[in-house]
Design a protein. Structure first.
Lengths: 452, 185
């Protein structure tokens, strides 16, 4: 159904132009009180491809705009109107309208072994440095894909520009899986849905006959793990995106939930509830074996593994209210930041209840949901419990999930009682808060890894 | 004054109801037209059915029915915020449930644990499971066979009160005993 486009997508050198060190840089960590001005004129194209070029340019602009780091110079301000990808722009014309960076591109078609592809070439100019900015070491990039995958070409170009200007890893060419919600609150239909990271190309993966919750991607991009109430037996499932096949994970005798892949994709962390007690387990997908990781009469759930696989952060109410704890994956005791050695260390001590911890792909931060004084927030905290920062707050903000580069968090928000959930994203500064449009109300968003 | 308004309104209701009852139902007319066109399987409406109604004595739900269980026994117990302890009221309901189940030994039950919306999904699934298990354990202690009881947690996914206020949240923190497999009588 969803054919792998990776095979058809490749980057190629446009031309080699010697380039000196570029000067435009965007500092992502400090946030942007002043976004970097960037001009992205509509890509050049011939005849019928002009609409396609307009659409591709628009997706690139929206991607960059959505970061809050850039300001798109309006077309009405342009002085030079005869840009070409093969000639140097008149820098003075762009300096005078105070643009720091200029993107020049073109779209055409190519036939390879009888199959038609679209092709987009792009070059990035440093206006004040008066030089080309090398992209992946080249003076320009070219992307080729099947016509129906034109949006992916646009995301790849936006990724290239973002990565070059910020020094960060890209994330636009990725997908988000989520729970699409319809119907009244007391008779809700919840279906798995998948879409591009900007909300385009929504597809439904399950029919809605059974409630599904908490989908999460595997690092391979090919599988999703989620929880389903199929046959009134709530269990963790695996969903194969390529084949559409769904299967129960393992042969647990009671409810399993809160699944999440390990960073190597070899295993799934989950919670099993047995006789009123929830504990955390690790299911190895290769050996089909299961290991119990916690054994405590309190609720232990929502496990998430560190990128190096050595530690797990989870939610437990063993201290009287839901808080975040860190443990070693092998179960050995560790030295707690707050002193002493234990099999699990509490890392949250702020006022409120903490849950749904998710370890950042960079390894340095843990995102969480916090409940305090009747409001819900999304926040981040160091893995040692230091440096807690609250990024959002509303009636209900829940379920943070990281972008592939660890710079953006998606979550779901019910902004007011009864308003219903919608998908949102926020960057690590907390300044760039945006709603991700979906056709229905939506919850439990989770980001895929970057596509190939 | 208020009383007068009320009784006038009641009178209007009664008059209205009487008027309705005395009028032929237009739907009936169209139905008889349909049978006139040759549908011989449905006979004409027999007026005698209307003129001599049987006396109805409301003696409540039939013993052993789902309604009996819901109304006379009680099919839900409610919990305090974040709690899964059973208070005296809850225990009284569960004692009635156990007694009822003793009378109808073929009945199986599904105990569903629920949580309010002021918690995260995953934690609430665990909390709902705790609540369902506490109810099951209490019933088992009262002599109900464990093999007759299934449990499930719906977390915060199945609220019975859709509003977002303290009263609704209190309603939604519950364990619901659902009769499965049909009650015998």
């Amino acid at each position: 159904m969803m054919k792998s486009i990776a095979a058809y997508l490749f980057a190629a050198l446009v031309a080699v132009i010697p380039a000196a060190t570029a000067q435009v840089t965007v500092n992502i960590s400090e946030g942007t009180l002043k976004p970097t001005p960037i001009a992205i004129p509509v890509f050049e194209a011939e005849g019928a491809d002009r609409q396609l070029a307009t659409d591709i340019t628009s997706v690139i602009q929206n991607d960059l705009l959505s970061t809050g780091l850039f300001e798109i110079t309006p077309q009405s301000a342009f002085i030079q109107r005869d840009l070409s990808i093969n000639t140097q722009p008149r820098f003075a014309d762009w300096k005078i309208i105070q643009t720091d960076a200029l993107v020049v591109g073109e779209v055409d078609r190519v036939t390879i072994e009888g199959v038609e592809f679209i092709r987009a070439s792009v070059r990035l100019w440093d206006v004040y440095g008066e030089e080309v900015m090398r992209l992946e070491g080249q003076a320009g990039r070219r992307f080729t894909a099947k016509p129906e995958d034109w949006r992916r070409i646009a995301h790849k170009i936006a990724d290239t520009i973002y990565a070059r200007l910020t020094g960060e890893d890209p994330y636009f060419d990725s997908r988000i899986v989520y729970v699409a919600e319809t119907g009244p609150k007391d008779d809700r239909t919840k279906r798995l849905a998948i879409m591009d990271s900007d909300g385009a190309n929504v597809k439904y993966l399950t029919s809605g006959t059974f409630t599904v919750l908490t989908p999460r991607f595997s690092p391979s991009n090919q599988q999703i793990t989620y929880m389903s109430f199929e046959n009134n037996r709530p269990r963790v499932y695996l969903f194969d995106i390529q084949s559409g096949r769904q299967e129960v994970l393992g042969n647990f005798q009671s409810m399993t939930f809160a699944p999440r892949f390990s960073r190597d994709g070899q295993s799934v962390l989950l919670t099993q509830a047995v006789n009123g007690n929830s504990d955390i387990y690790l299911r190895d997908l290769v050996t089909q074996s299961t290991r119990r990781l916690t054994d405590h009469p309190a609720i232990d759930t929502s496990p998430s593994m560190s990128p190096n696989g050595r530690q797990i952060v989870f939610n437990s109410d063993r201290g009287g209210s839901p808080q975040l704890y860190v443990m070693n994956t092998d179960g050995s005791p560790l030295t707690c930041p707050s002193g002493g050695r234990d099999t699990a260390c509490r890392i949250t001590f702020g006022s409120g209840r903490y849950s749904t911890p998710v370890w950042s792909p960079r390894g340095d931060l843990i995102a969480f949901t916090k409940q305090s004084r009747g409001r819900f927030s999304i926040g981040v905290i160091g893995t040692d419990g230091e440096g807690e920062r609250v990024l959002t707050e509303s009636y209900l903000d829940e379920g943070p999930e990281w972008s592939p580069n660890g710079r953006v968090i998606t979550f779901f928000r019910e902004r007011a009682p009864g308003a219903g959930p919608q998908l949102w994203s926020v960057d690590l500064t907390g300044r760039n808060l945006r709603q991700i449009p979906t056709p229905t109300q939506a919850s439990d968003p989770a980001w895929s890894p970057l596509l190939n | 004054m208020r009383r007068l308004v009320l009784s006038t309104a009641s009178l209007a209701l009664i008059l209205g109801a009487a008027a309705c009852a005395s009028k032929p139902d237009p739907v009936d007319n169209s139905a008889s037209q349909v049978s006139d066109t040759g549908n011989t399987n449905t006979g004409p409406v027999r007026e005698s059915d209307i003129e001599t109604p049987n006396r109805v004595i409301d003696s409540g739900p039939a013993a052993g029915s789902l309604e009996d269980f819901r109304v006379n026994v009680g099919d839900r117990v409610y919990f305090n915020l974040d709690q899964y302890r059973l208070d005296a009221d809850d225990q009284a309901v569960l004692q009635r449930q156990a007694a009822w189940l003793e009378n109808y030994p073929n009945v199986r039950i599904l105990v569903a644990g629920n949580a309010d919306e002021r918690g995260t999904r995953e934690y609430n699934l665990a909390l709902g499971e705790r609540r369902a298990s506490v109810v099951r354990d209490y019933l088992v202690n009262l002599g109900v066979s464990q093999s007759r009881i299934d449990t499930v947690s719906y977390g915060k996914e199945r609220p019975i009160a859709p509003e977002s206020n303290e009263a609704a949240w209190a309603m939604n923190r519950n364990a619901f005993t659902q009769i499965m497999g049909g009650p015998s009588s």
